[in-house]
Write a protein that binds this ligand. Structure first.
Ligand SMILES: *Cc1c(COP(=O)(O)O)cnc(C)c1O
Length: 334
């Protein structure tokens, strides 16, 4: 059954050899406070300390290193202004390749500057993310640039899976792994790596209650479009693609449970990370802690690993959340 999935543990082990030396092997730190709350050891996988501030560097680096010499010469392109864009630019630059990032005119100046500072060729045009994506497709068709998608790609999923190999080594008895889910690239790779070595380990996917496309798709049995809302977990926004090839199948097969978190719960997770663990994490990176604090992950039958997936939060927003604002986006969402 699992042998027929698009990405196997062998692919993930090959990815690990390929990207070794180019990404950090991040630490796993035990949390005394969460261990006390849960009654079992809780290990925090500190992936927000990864170069570029998120795990996305693993997948982007594996994708870039998997290109042919001809593709490398043409350069890579994506429409992401977030963690994937950041990671792709870094990975391409490390190989002496050009990365083009397309973004709409609505993207704030500071984000544009940051991606440019990393070394991207930034193309600004259009009024929406969809129009930026159309520009990507034009560059692929007319200039031969190679598109590297943020999740629905087997090289990207295999790269993200390397994080799962590290968790199993750092916590061999792990009974439950808490993993944030948006497009499902991280969950697919981590679950494939972990289930291959420890089939009984439970994989729990975490996402926000408002506008979670993978959750709606799994419930419907096929990829679904959902309405998007602003969220503290902005890195978890966006669809999974109606013609999803890789991650929908893998998540359907490998994720045992999905837990949905409110904005208030995500804010509490960010605050706990900061005040108890001394860690700055973005909303998407705090959903695992949020789920434990909210008592939404049950049946504690052994050690829990929690993936802190990223730290790229606007520090003004972080400060507001630390000062007790529970749902900074409430007004816009109504
Ligand atoms: C992209 C991202 C996720 C979700 O990853 P998917 O592979 O899209 O499910 C979670 N956390 C952070 C910080 C991210 O950047």
């Amino acid at each position: 059954m699992k042998a027929s999935l698009p990405v196997t543990v062998e692919d993930i082990e090959a990815a690990r050899r390929r990207i070794s030396g180019r990404v950090l092997r991040t630490p796993l730190a035990f949390s005394a406070s969460l261990g006390e709350i849960c009654g079992v050891p809780v290990g925090l996988k500190l992936e927000h300390h990864q170069t570029t501030g998120s795990f996305k560097l693993r997948g982007a680096t594996n994708a870039v290193l998997s290109l042919s010499a001809d593709e490398r010469a043409r350069g890579v392109v994506a429409a992401s202004t977030g963690n994937h864009g950041r990671a792709l630019v870094h990975a391409a630059k490390a190989e002496g390749m050009l990365a083009t990032i397309c973004m709409s005119r609505l993207v704030p100046d500071n984000k544009v500057r940051e991606i440019r500072r990393l070394g991207a060729d930034v193309r600004i045009g259009g009024k929406s993310q969809d129009e930026a994506q159309q520009e990507v497709e034009r560059l692929v068709a007319e200039k031969g640039l190679v598109m590297v998608p943020p999740f629905d790609n087997s090289a990207v999923v295999a790269g993200q899976g390397t994080l799962g190999l590290e968790i199993i080594e750092q916590m061999p008895e792990v009974a439950t792994v808490l993993v944030p889910v948006s497009g499902g690239g991280l969950a697919s790779g981590v679950a494939a790596a972990i289930k291959a070595q420890s089939p009984a380990t439970r994989i729990v996917g975490l996402t926000m209650a408002r506008g979670a496309a993978m959750n709606a798709s799994l419930a419907a049995g096929k990829p679904m479009l959902v309405k998007e809302y602003p969220s503290l977990a902005d890195s978890l926004g966006g669809g999974i693609g109606l013609d999803n090839h890789v991650t929908f199948r893998m998540c359907r097969e490998l994720i045992d449970d999905i837990v949905l978190l409110s904005e208030e719960e995500i804010a509490a997770g960010m605050r706990h990370a900061y005040t108890q663990e001394r860690e700055i994490v973005e909303g998407a990176g705090a959903v695992g802690i949020a789920a434990l604090l909210a008592g939404k992950v049950m049946a504690f039958d052994g050690p829990i690993a929690v993936i802190l997936s990223g730290r790229n939060v606007d520090m003004g927003l972080h400060l507001r959340v630390m000062n007790g604002e529970a749902d900074p986006f409430r007004v816009e969402a109504q």
